[in-house]
Design a protein around this ligand. Structure first.
Ligand SMILES: *Cc1c(COP(=O)(O)O)cnc(C)c1O
Length: 462
């Protein structure tokens, strides 16, 4: 299995190389050269398997020779052992034809754990095998960073630096990043927005001298291995509702487009997905693009669903690559326009592809709070604000086909918003009840590339 860049100018890599690299050297994102399909019988045979066994069968075709079957099985098994639910990704029913896929039973209570825990195990195997050491730098709007730190804390061959926007993450998110005491964990609070964090991260990757000197590796949602790990729960949930014999639809609370792009991959692999619905908060650049044909930046407004407060939706580039018939030159041109002018127009042909592949909806702050309260009353389910946005948009797209909404975080990760909407303060699971009493360790950093690089150079172990 070979991986190519969405901008067409970077070396073709194996799964292992693409995973360790993250961002391609031409600024693009790695995608598989061809998407393997699972036959109808193979999909049907996933019914009744453990999450781990299903994960092995769904992901194996993408991995090629990068890991042996035994290595890959063992990584999967360790990755999900720390989850707080035996099913890993349980499905609960909200209404007659509406289901909620709970993706928040991992160690940091958000769906990011599914991919990050697996990546941590795979990095460990690959780096030990090669006797290599890497520096992981990640940017986070809250959940990626905590998931990355949880996955890499204490590992031998890795330093992990996480940039998060100072003052713009929830207290639970911040404490999950600042309380681990391992020496290889470095939490950096940047003076700026999440998009600033993501831009500085991209700058570091594009500064090849620095990149090579520190052995920079990326685990942000652009990392192909993360997208791949997220494909699995589309299969397990759809199969439990009758796929491949019955169609299902999905609604996905969306920011960086990684989670919903995994749904698109599942569909391309043969899973009968009817609709893939993008749900955005008031930072609705994706919904506006889907409805107007222009991807146009206008500034991020902080919301009660901070993990979706995004304007540069990195993985959308992968969808554009498909929409433009895998023309890397066309994608590179759009991205150059975005950098120079803050936006670009999507061609008519590409818009048609996007419209046939995805639907979309937007939810305001007031509607988000109302949706949390309404769902509590209707089914008793307490939703985090991101999941509530998904549920609200899904309700506007319900039809004959069963709808699965992805619940991307646990309500206790955003207790203030949930309490304001329902009067109920959700409790943290007992296994992390001491989070608020552990000491914090964090460095405040300016929104400046040179200063950041100096900190990474100085702090990493050699
Ligand atoms: C990351 C995140 C999202 C957005 O997912 P993308 O893959 O970036 O689209 C939504 N909800 C929560 C809780 C998240 O942590």
């Amino acid at each position: 299995m070979r991986y190519v860049s969405t901008r067409g100018q970077a070396p073709v890599l194996t799964f292992g190389e693409a995973m360790l690299t993250g961002l391609a050297r031409d600024g693009g994102l790695y995608v598989p050269e061809a998407i393997p399909a699972l036959g109808k019988e193979e999909i049907a045979a996933l019914a009744g398997l453990s999450y781990e066994d299903a994960a092995f069968r769904v992901m194996r075709p993408f991995v090629g020779g990068a890991f042996s079957d035994d290595e890959f099985r063992s990584a999967i098994s360790k990755a999900y052992a720390g989850f707080g639910h035996a099913a890993r990704a349980p499905l609960v029913q909200l209404a007659a034809n509406h289901f909620l896929l709970e993706l928040f039973h991992g160690p940091t209570l958000a769906f990011k754990d599914f991919a990050m825990q697996l990546i941590g195990q795979l990095f460990q195997i690959a780096l030990q095998r090669d006797g290599r050491r890497v520096t992981i730098v990640g940017a986070t709007s809250g959940d990626t960073g905590s998931a990355a730190i949880e996955a890499f804390r204490g590992l031998d061959n890795v330093d992990v630096f996480i940039l998060f926007p100072h003052g713009r993450v929830s207290e639970v998110q911040r404490r999950q990043m600042t309380t681990p005491s391992e020496a290889n964990v470095h939490a950096l609070a940047l003076d700026g927005t999440f998009d600033d964090c993501q831009s500085r991260l991209k700058d570091m990757f594009n500064h090849f001298e620095f990149r090579d000197a520190v052995g920079l590796a990326g685990v942000n949602s652009i990392n192909w291995a993360r997208v791949l790990a997220q494909v699995v729960y589309y299969f397990t949930s759809a199969v439990s509702l009758g796929a491949p014999h019955r169609k299902v639809s999905f609604t996905v609370p969306t920011g960086n487009f990684g989670d919903i792009f995994a749904g698109y991959i599942a569909k391309r692999m043969g899973l009968p997905i009817d609709r893939l619905v993008i749900a955005t908060n008031q930072n609705d650049i994706l919904h506006r693009c889907m409805t107007t044909g222009r991807y146009e930046m206008g500034g991020v407004k902080p919301s009660i669903s901070p993990s979706m407060d995004i304007e540069i939706s990195s993985n959308f580039e992968r969808a554009l690559f498909e929409a433009y018939g895998r023309d890397g030159g066309a994608v590179a041109q759009l991205m150059a326009e975005m950098k120079a002018q803050g936006g670009f127009a999507v061609s008519q042909g590409a818009m048609q592809w996007l419209g046939e592949t995805f639907a979309s909806g937007r939810v305001s702050e007031d509607e988000t709070r109302a949706a949390i309260a309404a769902e509590r009353a209707a089914s008793g389910e307490l939703l985090c604000p991101h999941s509530a946005i998904g549920v609200k948009v899904a309700q506007d797209h319900l039809g004959a086909v069963p709808m699965i909404t992805l619940a991307t975080a646990h309500p206790a990760k955003f207790p203030d918003a949930v309490e304001a909407a329902t009067g109920i303060r959700p409790a943290l699971p007992p296994r992390m009840a001491d989070l608020f009493t552990r000491p914090e360790r964090v460095t405040r950093v300016p929104n400046d590339l040179a200063a950041l690089e100096a900190i990474v150079h100085e702090r990493r172990a050699r």
